[in-house]
Design a protein around this ligand. Structure first.
Ligand code: AMP
Length: 178
């Protein structure tokens, strides 16, 4: 259970940038949170405590902001770290998933030897908006026939209903809701 006071402190530390990167987007900037040692610790510890009993074996994090807290989360959970990256960045053989953006398409990749069937995976990113990015990552994770996957985000934009795209069967936890 993530504590109410921790949620409030973390929420207040996130900076809102209107009309970035394009007009109409309220960009949730986590740099104002993670630059503060105690807040970075609080974000990672709250998330790690929440998943401590789930026997997570791999944290799969999405480039690039997901890497910041994803690495620390993996360390705290005693799990391995698996990067999901933009096309052409991973050096060995990959699986790839193309997905739709508001304008055009993008793709994500994962190494073909990143997960094993007995893995319990925690997918992690900084923010859940429409859910397109997380869905693409979950599609990649799905290629490995793993035991179970959970999804964790620092921030969730509830009005975009991304969570509904992911569940069921995915269990989603976000620390802060806007
Ligand atoms: P989506 O695929 O729509 O769920 O978008 C999630 C991805 O886009 C995450 O990797 C976020 O880092 C980024 N993102 C989308 N919307 C925002 C926003 N309002 N503020 C900050 N990052 C965002």
């Amino acid at each position: 259970m993530i504590s109410e006071s921790a949620i409030k402190t973390i929420k207040e530390s996130i900076r809102n940038i209107p009309d970035f990167p394009v007009k109409g987007i309220q960009f949730k900037d986590i740099t104002t949170a993670i630059q503060q040692p105690l807040l970075l610790q609080m974000i990672v510890d709250q998330m790690a405590d929440h998943y401590r009993k789930n026997r997570i074996t791999k944290v799969v994090a999405i480039e690039s902001r997901g890497f910041i807290t994803g690495g620390a989360l993996a360390y705290r959970l005693g799990a391995g770290f698996v990067p999901v990256r933009k096309p052409g960045k991973l050096p060995s053989q990959t699986y790839s998933k193309t997905y739709d953006l508001e304008y055009g398409q993008d793709a994500l990749e994962i190494h073909q030897d990143a997960l094993q069937p007995d893995d319990v995976v925690l997918l992690h990113d900084d923010l859940l908006a429409t859910g397109g990015t997380a869905m693409a990552a979950l599609d990649l994770i799905g290629r490995f026939n793993i035991r179970q996957a959970y999804c964790s985000f620092i921030i969730e934009l509830d009005f975009l209903k991304g969570r509904q795209k992911l569940s069921p069967p995915f269990d989603v936890t976000s620390i802060v809701h806007f």
